[in-house]
Design a protein around this ligand. Structure first.
Ligand code: ARG
Length: 695
């Protein structure tokens, strides 16, 4: 970690006083070089304007673009009465004095601060070279009281991925996995105590389907080889058989609905004021039609009864699930082996994505007693009501008309997805006493999540206490390049393992094209896999989480543009340069950073100094794209460093001139590159990418 004494003595040498502190202002000079500057800026502005230090701290902002300064003060944000903001800006700029910062410029109502290059380089590179993998992160943010380093770490649960065993692992689950993995890494880097939770869809009638499917179509060998794929295949087949069996029921039910609708047409809406009433078309319901309806109903009942007697696949599935619920050993054994094998296979896939779960919970683990208890609370507080033998909650009656009605208990008494969610939330709160829990669930389930949250809120303590600490992070859909939703049923995709494998093979082919480099890569297959995963993840992170995006293999695997392979290429390139230069680490540490004077080099240093603030901002937005945007900007600055032309010799590159001129200059240059590599790697790791050293 950082040697703060060294930083302080360095500041002293530069002629500035001790880093000032202010009560009510939380700065982290031990983690963030820009916070050193903030401290001096607050001190100066306070001296000049007498504004409150906390207000000044909130007002001083980072800039979107370095050409607008390293930090900026929008003067109106000081909320000072009396002086006109533009005049005050001029006054601040004039009176401002700090040896670390250039004389500021007043720009209308803004004061722009540009850090002096030499001290900035020397400070920033010290931070990075000493903090290495920790540079940018701030483990104080997750403390109960961030100003007290010995206070308790807050507890976070992120529930994500949560596939349904036997059903397909679709792109929605992949997105949940990627985003949830990022949330865990983000909060960990902020010092939270985190738990990764997978809430498997591992309970329900589908196991009754699956066991029949397996008996009819399954193979133990295939199951061992690729359980996810095989179980899905078997599941699809038995569902097709079931659909065939159920076809007459479906047709008769549709006919019945149609007739009933005709018999009782919806009432015309009340006319708006001043408007004429809608004319209702003449409506006749004949005896003949009534006869037809009755015969359809009778036929339907007969067909349904036959299917129960037969018994049909559906009925057998129901019975099988009932046995599971009642604790039948044989039925549960089946279920257990499918579950175990699936989890093993998931784990392998998650490892490829740099993800490991601490807790494999699932719908099956929710206790019946907790569901009963919740049902009792719902009833006692008048939240739920009886509806034809089932239990429902009409959220319109409880101040949420948009959320409509929802079922909490079926007529046959079996539990539902929603009921299990309610009880699971309670159980997790009991077990973990979390400070925060995030559900990473696709936007298709926005209504479900809103209903679930609202119901818990209505239930009162402890349910309402728990849900007040919960948050649903929603995300958009993954479409194919034509903008269609992807699904295995439609045949547009592809299981997750298949799409990971095909992007890996694609990357592998790209790598083979450069035979010379290819030979130096130790495990090309593994590298190709890492690159492919980076491609997929970066594509996923490229927009805001709520947006849909298209899964576009061509685009995401390209080495040009803002892609995963581009980031990996930048990392591998700087690694290769470092290997060639072979400057030992302690020489980098001793380097004289004031030797970095080229414009491009200084821009790069300024960008590296911003990384802790970018992290902080990401912690606020929780959008991975915040990190990504920064990394692309920074790597572009890095690559313009390689290419910058020397001012004195237009035919030479600045950096190579510097490299060749003296060992001191070479060390300074390589320290800058090493720091860039470190920041790039830290950003990539935060996103869940594994930076490669060769490719
Ligand atoms: N297994 C569910 C599905 O695939 C997702 C679970 C989301 N989490 C929750 N607590 N409801 O649709």
């Amino acid at each position: 970690s950082l040697n703060m004494d060294e930083i302080t003595s360095q500041l002293q040498k530069l002629g500035v006083s001790q880093i000032p502190t202010f009560s009510g202002v939380l700065l982290y000079p031990q983690h963030n070089p820009v916070d050193v500057y903030r401290a001096y800026i607050i001190e100066q502005i306070h001296k000049i304007t007498e504004a409150d230090p906390a207000v000044i701290n909130n007002a001083v902002a980072w800039t979107q673009d370095l050409k607008h300064g390293d930090l900026v003060l929008p003067v109106p944000a000081l909320r000072l009465k009396g002086k006109k903001p533009d005049e005050l800006a001029k006054e601040i700029a004039e009176k401002f004095e700090c040896l670390l910062i250039e004389k500021p410029a007043a720009d209308k109502t803004f004061v722009r601060f540009f850090f002096k290059p030499a001290p900035l380089a020397s400070l920033t590179l010290k931070y990075i070279l000493q903090q290495n993998t920790q540079y940018g992160f701030n483990p104080n943010l997750g403390l109960e009281d961030p100003s007290k380093p010995d206070s308790r770490r807050k507890k976070l649960i992120v529930e994500y991925s949560s596939p349904n065993i036997a059903k397909e692992f679709h792109t929605g689950h992949l997105r949940s996995t990627i985003i949830g993995g990022f949330m865990i890494k983000l909060y960990k880097a902020a010092g939270w105590d985190t738990t990764s939770m997978n809430y498997l869809g591992d309970w329900g009638k589908q196991y009754g389907m699956l066991s029949q499917g397996f008996e009819k179509y399954g193979s133990d060998e295939e199951l061992k080889k690729d359980p996810i794929k095989h179980l899905n295949e078997v599941y699809v087949k038995i569902n097709q058989d079931n659909a065939k069996e159920q076809k007459p029921v479906k047709e008769l039910a549709e006919k019945k609905d149609e007739l009933e609708k005709f018999k009782n047409p919806p009432k015309p809406k009340k006319p708006a004021k001043g408007k004429e009433a809608e004319t209702v078309p003449e409506h006749k319901w004949t005896d003949e039609q009534e006869k037809e309806l009755q015969s359809v109903i009778a036929e339907l009942e007969k067909v349904q009864e036959e299917l129960v007697q037969k018994p049909s696949i559906d009925e057998k599935a129901r019975q099988f699930f009932k046995r599971m619920v009642d604790g039948d050993k044989e039925a549960l054994q089946y279920w257990q082996s499918f579950r175990d094998l699936s989890i093993d296979a998931y784990k392998k896939m998650y490892a490829r994505l740099n993800i490991a779960f601490d807790d494999y919970s699932g719908e099956s683990t929710v206790n019946v007693e907790d569901m009963d208890k919740a049902a009792e609370v719902l009833e006692k507080r008048g939240i739920s009501e009886d509806s034809k033998g089932a239990v429902i909650v009409d959220l319109a009656k409880h101040g949420a008309p948009k959320l409509g009605k929802t079922l909490v208990k079926k007529r046959d008494g079996t539990s539902l997805y929603l009921t299990r969610d309610i009880a699971a939330n309670y159980e997790r709160f009991e077990k973990y006493h979390f400070d925060k829990m995030i559900y990473v669930v696709a936007s298709q389930q926005d209504v479900h999540m809103a209903q679930f949250f609202k119901i818990l809120e209505l239930m009162g303590p402890p349910y309402s206490d728990a849900i007040a600490r919960c948050e649903h992070i929603s995300f958009g859909m993954v479409k194919d390049p034509k903008g269609q939703t992807m699904s295995t049923r439609k045949g547009t995709v592809v299981s997750l393992a298949d799409s990971l494998d095909s992007s890996r093979d694609f990357m592998h082919d790209v790598m083979k094209k450069n035979a010379e480099k290819y030979e130096q890569v130790q495990d090309p297959e593994a590298t190709a896999d890492t690159l492919a995963i980076s491609a997929i993840m970066v594509q996923d992170y490229s927009g805001k989480m709520v947006n849909n995006y298209s899964f576009d293999m061509e685009r995401m695997t390209s080495f040009e543009g803002d892609t995963g392979p581009y980031l990996q290429y930048s990392h591998a390139r700087v690694c290769s340069m470092e290997r060639k230069a072979a400057v030992p680490h302690d020489e980098l540490l001793k380097a004289d950073f004031s030797l970095i004077t080229a414009k491009e080099g200084i821009e790069l240093v300024r960008s590296l100094a911003q990384w802790p603030d970018v992290f902080l901002n990401t912690y606020k937005t929780r959008e991975p794209v915040t990190v990504l945007t920064y990394l692309f900007k920074m790597t572009h600055l890095l690559s313009s460093c390689y290419d910058a032309k020397d001012v004195n010799n237009k035919n030479a590159k600045t950096m190579s001139v510097m490299y060749a001129e003296s060992p001191e200059k070479k060390a300074a240059l390589m320290a800058l590159y090493d720091c860039s590599r470190q920041v790039l790697a830290n950003g990539m790791r935060l996103l869940g990418l594994t930076p490669v050293e060769r490719m």
